[in-house]
Design a protein around this ligand. Structure first.
Ligand SMILES: Cc1cc2nc3c(=O)[nH]c(=O)nc-3n(C[C@H](O)[C@H](O)[C@H](O)COP(=O)(O)OP(=O)(O)OC[C@H]3O[C@@H](n4cnc5c(N)ncnc54)[C@H](O)[C@@H]3O)c2cc1C
Length: 408
């Protein structure tokens, strides 16, 4: 279980080669925002056949739904072996966690939400183009005043209209891929004038170009600079009922759909942390063997050795979490506490590990050329996105302890 099989090793080698040849040279332009990542994402999907794999999985789901068998998606959004997909994400993240995140949000979050919860028509119309990366998707939950309390503080509303559709109003923020997305998966409260706490939550599929839907200019960020992020404005966007994900309102149960998507996101983050740590570890071991001070390789000094051992432990801890998460997905084992807690742990280990690698490289580690500063900047997002570390840990604790009355 703790060794990669031959196919995963092959994927590892091929994706590493692609990243070095195609992605790494584009990083300066992508980080500066003078180039957008969409064309590279499309190339990635076609080069490795992941688009075709995901399309086959989506079509299988359509056939099942049409045969009246709901059931779970087999092999997740990507349709492939979960461990192989983790290796895929790891390799992308060694070079660019930002690129990995953007691609994952489009295929796994936006595409995954539609393939997992959509009607056959919605999967055909929006899901397949997203999972094949023919179109780019965004997943719009966070609002300026609603982050950790995404549901309770949500002010985006969908007001039912006379024609059986809805009118959407609100602002979403920090939306990955927002600046270039073709498709927007948007969460909103259904507002029929009832008290907020009684309102249901629903998911809508919107297209760029719909009247009233606009996107802001890309934010300037600490890291993940090659993953464009912006606000999405919904100014009385009129939508037909065919854009309501799943085809019917689900009242307060609509929250569960969002939580499923968040679970998917949280289980993908350890694979990103794995890539960051593996690169930090590989590069640091090579560096301490080579770099000489006081007449010796710095790897001969015990203080340096301790840092290498520490990096190794972090790497192996994250790797083990990824193996277990992949096993859980394959065996269809649901364990929200594990997903939440390991997302928090792996994110922290990635941030700490990237800083340790910089420390081991001294001043060189601070230079762009050595790539570690990007990994450190990008890694910080893992502790914030898909719920902050504290929120992830509290969610894990709630699953472990069960609901407790606060007692006022
Ligand atoms: C680069 C980037 C990309 C993103 N992409 C997307 C995207 O594609 N789609 C999307 O919907 N969102 C996206 N997000 C939003 C992200 O999910 C939120 O930033 C995150 O959920 C935290 O919300 P917040 O920023 O409003 O922080 P807040 O919720 O305001 O939290 C601020 C601080 O308060 C703490 N806190 C809050 N509540 C509690 C509590 N009850 N107990 C203890 N501590 C608490 C938090 O842990 C944190 O430390 C993205 C964010 C970034 C930075």
């Amino acid at each position: 279980m703790f060794l990669l099989d031959e196919s995963s090793r092959m994927v590892e080698k091929m994706v590493r080669g692609w990243c070095e040849a195609k992605l790494a040279p584009r990083l300066p332009a992508l980080e500066a925002g003078t180039e957008m990542p969409w064309a590279l994402m499309r190339e990635l999907a076609t080069t490795f056949g992941v688009g075709a794999l995901a399309e086959a999985a989506a079509k299988k789901r359509i056939a099942k739904l049409r045969a009246g068998e709901g059931g779970d998606r087999e092999g997740g959004t990507f349709g492939g072996d979960p461990m192989m997909m983790a290796v895929f994400v790891k390799e992308l993240s060694r070079v660019s966690p930002g690129f990995a995140m953007g691609w994952g949000v489009s295929v796994g979050l936006a595409g995954g939400a539609i393939v997992g919860k959509g009607t056959p028509e919605q999967i055909e119309r929006w899901g397949v183009p997203l999972v094949t990366t023919k179109q780019i998707g965004s997943w719009c939950l966070t609002e300026p005043g609603a982050g950790s309390d995404a549901f309770g503080s949500m002010t985006t509303t969908a007001t039912p209209t006379d024609g059986g559709g809805y009118r959407l109003r609100g602002t979403k923020t920090f939306i990955t891929n927002g600046p270039g997305a073709d498709v927007f998966v948007v969460y909103a409260r259904i507002d029929r004038g009832e008290p907020r706490e009684e309102q249901g939550l629903a998911t809508f599929i919107l297209d760029r170009g719909m009247p009233g839907l606009t996107t802001g200019t890309p934010f300037k960020k600490m890291g993940m600079r090659d993953s464009p992020t912006c606000e999405v404005f919904l100014d009385d966007v009129e939508v037909g009922a065919e854009r309501l994900l799943g085809g019917a309102e689900r009242g307060r149960a609509g929250r569960a759909d969002t939580k499923d998507s968040l679970g998917t996101e949280r289980s993908g983050i350890p694979a990103m942390a794995w890539g960051i740590l593996e690169r930090c570890y590989d590069q640091s071991v090579a560096y301490v063997r080579e770099r000489r001070q006081f007449g010796k390789p710095i790897g001969a000094f015990q203080a340096v050795q301790l840092k290498i051992a520490d990096l190794y432990l972090k790497l192996k801890t994250v790797e083990n979490c990824v193996y277990r998460l992949a096993w859980m997905q394959k065996a269809k084992v649901s364990d929200p506490a594990y997903v939440n807690a390991t997302k928090a742990l792996c994110s922290q280990l990635a941030v700490d590990g990237a800083l340790t690698a910089i420390q081991l490289h001294g001043g060189y580690g601070y230079m762009e050329e050595y790539h570690l500063e990007k990994l450190a900047r990008d890694s910080k997002l893992l502790e914030l996105g898909a719920g902050t570390t504290d929120i992830n840990l509290m969610s894990a604790a709630r699953s472990l302890i069960g609901a407790i009355e606060s007692g006022g």
